[in-house]
Design a protein around this ligand. Structure first.
Ligand SMILES: [Cu+2]
Length: 158
C-alpha cells in the first residue's frame, strides 16, 4: 500500500518535470563569438521550468545582467557570474533575462543574449487539476455505489 502511494505521488509530482527542456544557447556553436544570439533567440521559445545551457571555451564566461547592463555591455554589476565551460541556468520565473560574456570586448562584438521567458507551458499547468478532479470523481462514484449496495442490503434484510 505504502509503495503504491509512493509511486502515485512520484508520478503526480515528478513526471511534470519531464516536460522541462534544456535550451542549448547557440545550438552546436554554443556560447561563442561566432553566433548572432538575437537571431538564435528569435527562433526559440523559453518557458518557466526550462534550463538555459551555456557551453563555452575557457576564455568566456556567463554573466546574468540587467537590461541596462545588457544594452551598454556593462559587466561590472552582474546579478550572477558563471564560469567553468558549462553553465545551466534554470528559468524559474516569467519575464526577460539578459546575459553577457564578461571578457573584454566580447559583449561589444555580439556575445550577448536577451530572452523572454513565458509562463509554465499548458502541459505542466493543466495536468494536476485534471488529475485531481479525476481522482475525486472516481471516489464519489465509489461512495455512491457503496451506498446503493448498502441500501439494497438493508432493504433486503428489512
Ligand atoms: Cu566571450
Amino acid at each position: 500500500m505504502a509503495v503504491g502511494a509512493a509511486i502515485f505521488v512520484f508520478v503526480l509530482f515528478v513526471c511534470p518535470m519531464a516536460f522541462a527542456k534544456d535550451r542549448i544557447v547557440g545550438g552546436n556553436d554554443g556560447w561563442s563569438q561566432s553566433v548572432d544570439y538575437s537571431n538564435w533567440a528569435s527562433g526559440e521559445t523559453f518557458s518557466v521550468g526550462d534550463n538555459l545551457v551555456f557551453n563555452y571555451a575557457g576564455n568566456h564566461g556567463v554573466n546574468v545582467v540587467s537590461k541596462d547592463a545588457y544594452e551598454n555591455c556593462n559587466t561590472g554589476n552582474a546579478i550572477q557570474v558563471h564560469t567553468g565551460g558549462e553553465t545551466s541556468i534554470p528559468l524559474s520565473s516569467a519575464g526577460d533575462m539578459y546575459f553577457v560574456c564578461p571578457t573584454l570586448n566580447h559583449c561589444d562584438t555580439g556575445m550577448k543574449l536577451a530572452i523572454k521567458i513565458q509562463g509554465s507551458s499548458s502541459g505542466t499547468k493543466s495536468n494536476p487539476p485534471n488529475g485531481a478532479s479525476g481522482v475525486f470523481g472516481n471516489m464519489s462514484k465509489l461512495v455512491v455505489g457503496f451506498s446503493v449496495v448498502l441500501g439494497a442490503l438493508f432493504a433486503f434484510m428489512g
